[in-house]
Design a binder for this molecule. Structure first.
Ligand code: NZQ
Ligand code: ZN
Length: 381
C-alpha cells in the first residue's frame, strides 16, 4: 500500500450552515455565484446565499444545465474576465460544481477551454472556488474531478486537478427537502457505484479502505430500504454525509480502482442524454456478470459484509443480484430497454466512442477491452 492522501476541502456540515460562507470567503474577493436552472430560487437556498454575501461585491451566472456543457460554461469564463472576478461560489448539484471547476480552470488558461478535457492542457492553476451542495450524489463538493460535455460533438469527458478542489463546501441536509424523488434515487445509486468502483476489484489487504467502503455501502443500502423515511433529519444527514465520503479520495487511497462503469456510462449519457446514475445502474450489473471471475473474491466479501448473504458457492452471483435488486427497489432502470433505449447500434457506437477517447482497456486489470464493452452492453440491453 503506497499513497499520498490530502483532502483540503473544509466542510461545513449541518442545518443552517449556509450562513458560514460569510466567514469562509475573504471579504476582499469579488465573487461569482454560479447555479443551475433555478431550483435554488424556489427552495430558499439562493436567499440564504444572498444573505450571507450581503455587503460584498458579487454577481451571478445561472443556467448551468445537468451534464454541464462548455458551450454554456465558456460564457461564465467570459463574464469572469470582463468583471475581474476572483472567487467562484458554486451553488447546486454535481453539474453546477463540476461546471464551476471547469470555469475556474478555464479562466486561468488562454487557449480553448476544451483542451482541459482532451488533456492538451494540464490544469495547474485555477481561480479559488467554494461550493454549496444541493444534491448529495457525486462527491464533487470535496474532490478534484469534473465531468464536462461538449454539445456540438456529443462528447462527455473527465478532468481532474488538485487546483480545482473546492476550498470549502457547505453540506446542509435541509436542501434535500426540495429534491424530486428521482434525483434522490439517482444520488443513492451514484454514491453506491462510486464505492463499488473503488472496492469491487481484487483483494488488496487494505483493511481500512475495505472496512470503510463496506460501512458506506451498508448505509446506502439502508437508505434505500428506509426510503420512506427520507423526510427525517437523520435520514437526510446520513445520506448527505455518506455520499460525500464515497468519493473524497479516502477509500480509493492505495487500492486498485475500476471506473469502467463510469467511463461507459459517460458515453451513454453523451449519446442518449440518460441521467448519469441511470447509466451506472444499467452498466454495473452487466459488467459484474461479465467480469465475475476477476472480481469473485471481492463480490463474495461484499455479499457477506454488505448484504449479509449466507456463504455458498454462488455467493458472488447472489451479491450481483442483490445490487440489481437494490437499484430496482429505487425504481431505477437496470436495462437499456427499461430506460427506453432500443438502439441496435448502441454497443458498437459506445465502444467506438471509447476508442476515440483513448479508453480501450478499462478496469482495474485493463480487462474491459472494446470487445468486452460490446458484450457488457449487449448483456445490458
Ligand atoms: O439546475 P437546477 O435547478 O439546480 O436543478 C437540478 C437538476 O435539474 C436539480 N436539483 C439539484 N439540487 C436540487 C435540485 N432540485 C430541487 N432541489 C434541490 N435541492 O437536480 C437536477 C440534477 O442536478 P445535477 O447537478 O445534474 O445532478 P448530480 O448532482 O447527480 O450531478 C450529475 C453530474 O455530475 C457528474 C455527472 O457525470 C453529471 O454530469 N459527476 C461528477 C463527479 C465528480 N465531479 O466527482 C463524479 C460522478 O461520477 C459524476 O460523473
Ligand atoms: Zn458517478
Amino acid at each position: 500500500m503506497k499513497f499520498t492522501y490530502s483532502n483540503p476541502t473544509a466542510l461545513y456540515f449541518g442545518q443552517g450552515k449556509i450562513a458560514a460562507i460569510a466567514k469562509a470567503i475573504d471579504p476582499a474577493k469579488k465573487v461569482l455565484v454560479i447555479y443551475g436552472g433555478g431550483s435554488i430560487k424556489a427552495n430558499g437556498v439562493y436567499d440564504q446565499v444572498a444573505a450571507a454575501l450581503d455587503g460584498r461585491q458579487w454577481l451571478e451566472f445561472s443556467g448551468v444545465e445537468p451534464n454541464p456543457t462548455v458551450e454554456t460554461l465558456d460564457k461564465a469564463v467570459a463574464l469572469i474576465r470582463k468583471e475581474g472576478v476572483d472567487f467562484i461560489l458554486a451553488v447546486g448539484g454535481g453539474s453546477v460544481i463540476d461546471g464551476s471547476k471547469y470555469v475556474a480552470a478555464a479562466a486561468c488558461y488562454d487557449g480553448d477551454g476544451w483542451d482541459i478535457l482532451t488533456g492538451r492542457h494540464r490544469v495547474s492553476q485555477a481561480l479559488p472556488l467554494g461550493a454549496v451542495l444541493t444534491l448529495p450524489a457525486t462527491g464533487s463538493e470535496s474532490n478534484g474531478g469534473a465531468v464536462i460535455t461538449r454539445k456540438t460533438t456529443k462528447e462527455k469527458l473527465v478532468f481532474s486537478s488538485d487546483a480545482v478542489f473546492p476550498r470549502f463546501a457547505v453540506l446542509d441536509p435541509d436542501v434535500i427537502k426540495s429534491l424530486p424523488e428521482r434525483q434522490i434515487a439517482n444520488g443513492i445509486v451514484d454514491a453506491f457505484v462510486h464505492v463499488c468502483e473503488q472496492y469491487l476489484t481484487y483483494p488488496a489487504k487494505a483493511w481500512v479502505q475495505d472496512g470503510y467502503a463496506e460501512v458506506l455501502l451498508r448505509n446506502l443500502a439502508n437508505l434505500a430500504t428506509q426510503f420512506k423515511e427520507r423526510d427525517s433529519d437523520s435520514w437526510r444527514a446520513n445520506f448527505m454525509w455518506t455520499a460525500n465520503q464515497a468519493l473524497n479520495g479516502l477509500i480509493g487511497a492505495g487500492v486498485p480502482q475500476d471506473w469502467a462503469t463510469h467511463m461507459i456510462g459517460h458515453e451513454l449519457t453523451a449519446r442518449y442524454g440518460l441521467d448519469h446514475a441511470r447509466t451506472l445502474a444499467i452498466v454495473l450489473p452487466s459488467l459484474l456478470r461479465n467480469q465475475i471471475e476477476n472480481k469473485r473474491v471481492k463480490l463474495a466479501q461484499m455479499g457477506r459484509n454488505v448484504f449479509g448473504l449466507i456463504p455458498g458457492l454462488d455467493l458472488s452471483e447472489r451479491a450481483i443480484a442483490s445490487i440489481e435488486d437494490l437499484f430496482r427497489s429505487l425504481d431505477v432502470p437496470v436495462r437499456l430497454s427499461e430506460a427506453g433505449i432500443n438502439d441496435p447500434e448502441a454497443a458498437d457506437a459506445i465502444s467506438a466512442a471509447l476508442r476515440t477517447h483513448g479508453m480501450e482497456k478499462l478496469g482495474e486489470r485493463g480487462a474491459v477491452t472494446l470487445e468486452v464493452v460490446r458484450d457488457i452492453l449487449v448483456g445490458a440491453a
